[in-house]
Design a protein around this ligand. Structure first.
Ligand code: ATP
Ligand code: FE
Length: 391
């Protein structure tokens, strides 16, 4: 149940791509010149399923060569990371997803929210749980990744475990249904003592990683215990709602703790982090967004603090202050705070806009690819910009 069958995905790509391209060109308002009005062709090169990537890349290479246009091969996760630079750039930008309320869309339009480099980015999706520093287009450092399931998988598996109804094809998938279901919880702390916050013991650099398998197993254990104790053999709805809320709380707290640690570490290294960009399907989650707002809101400090000129005692104090509450503010200097920036929910999940935008960002840096590039199914984001592409 769930997941993608590679062979079916490959066939669906082959069958549908021509009509999708045709429809996109027709609806893009390109005027009388149609596709000739397009300046560059951007395409996902990896990571992902080899056969599906191949269909897209071949189509794009053929189009680019036939039209004599520049070709840009895009890393899927760089595209997730850079989407927020599109959606916050234009003060007149309107959220694409008209169904989404202004509070859920969380696009701080027109209030200098633009994520300038370097920024921290949390990519939380079906296949990834990544915390990265984005130094520039084409240059990223991974600070933490998952050692087992991705957070999206954890949401999906937990939603299934809890029998949460969802309509296939509905935006957000099982994770969004779990979020909705958890909203009805009347006692979100009911299972607090039996649900672990993963890797929450003393944060240290060696623990800069994510893990969701233990949390997921704890959910399964509780479900089994509740079913065994119930006369009907079923877990009643209100308890399932409480467990969904408890799971979501622990998963989000886990992310928050690592982001907090990363902000402190970056600060110690003198990296002037401007913002935290959250993207990927799980980035649609409103609880995650608001909890991250709280975390980053505490990282408010006066202008440029020269860490290299501080004694180790001062650094310790700063670190403590950043981790607890009121951070020091230097009088007379502009106060900045780390901002949380999320693309509107519709652009958090996979979409072609993010690939086009990343193509443009790369093109502006002169990063054009030759027509003979190949797919890269396994491609750590840190390798971008090294000149090495895995076989
Ligand atoms: P990747 O980008 O790693 O290749 P993907 O593109 O398949 O993975 P996305 O489409 O970005 O993944 O995200 C899908 C995931 O997001 C699913 O696991 C889905 O359940 C989860 N998700 C979507 N909305 C929410 C939400 N509101 N709360 C929690 N999870 C959500
Ligand atoms: Fe994705």
């Amino acid at each position: 149940m769930g997941g993608i069958v590679p062979k079916l995905a490959h066939h669906a790509h082959m069958r549908n791509l021509p009509s999708v391209v045709q429809e996109a060109i027709q609806s893009a308002g390109l005027g009388e010149h149609g596709i000739l009005a397009v300046d560059i062709i951007a395409v996902t090169r990896g990571p992902g399923l080899a056969h599906s990537l191949g269909v897209g890349l071949n189509a794009a290479k053929t189009l680019a060569a036939a039209l004599n246009k520049p070709l840009i091969g895009v890393h899927h996760m760089e595209a997730h990371a850079l989407t927020a630079r599109l959606t916050t750039r234009d003060p007149d930008y309107q959220p694409v997803d008209q169904d989404v309320s202004a509070s859920e869309s969380n696009v701080p339009i027109g209030s200098d929210p633009y994520p300038s480099f370097p920024f921290l980015t949390l990519l939380v999706s079906g296949g990834h749980t990544l915390l990265l520093v984005a130094h520039s287009v084409n240059r990223y450092t991974t600070l933490a990744t998952t050692v087992d399931d991705s957070i999206g998988e954890a949401f999906d598996k937990t939603a299934r475990e809890l029998d949460i109804p969802w309509l296939p094809g509905r935006a957000g998938g099982p994770g969004a249904s779990l979020e909705q279901f958890a909203k009805s919880s009347s006692n979100p702390g009911r299972y607090q003592d039996r649900l672990p916050i993963p890797l929450s013991l003393r944060s240290s650099k060696s623990e800069m990683k994510f893990s969701f398998a233990g949390l997921k197993s704890a959910v399964t254990r509780i479900v089994n215990q509740e079913k065994a104790a119930s006369p009907t053999g079923e877990m009643d709805e209100s308890k399932r709602q409480d467990l969904a809320a408890g799971f979501q709380h622990c998963a989000v707290t886990h992310l928050c703790q690592k982001v907090e640690q990363a902000l402190v570490d970056c600060h110690e290294q003198g990296l002037d982090i401007s913002s935290l960009v959250i993207s990927g399907g799980v980035g649609r989650n409103a609880t995650l967004r608001s909890r991250m707002d709280e975390v980053c809101g505490r990282f408010e400090y006066g202008g440029a603090i020269a860490l290299d000129k501080m004694s180790s005692k001062e650094k310790k104090r700063l670190k403590r202050a950043l981790l607890t509450a009121a951070a020091p503010k230097e009088s007379g200097k502009a106060v900045r705070s780390v901002r949380v920036i999320c693309p509107p929910p519709k652009l958090c999940t996979d979409n072609a806009v993010m690939i086009a935008w990343t193509g443009l960002e790369r093109y502006q840096q002169g990063l054009v690819d030759p027509y003979d590039i190949d797919i890269v199914p396994k491609w750590p984001l840190d390798m971008l910009g090294t000149g090495v592409v895995p076989e």
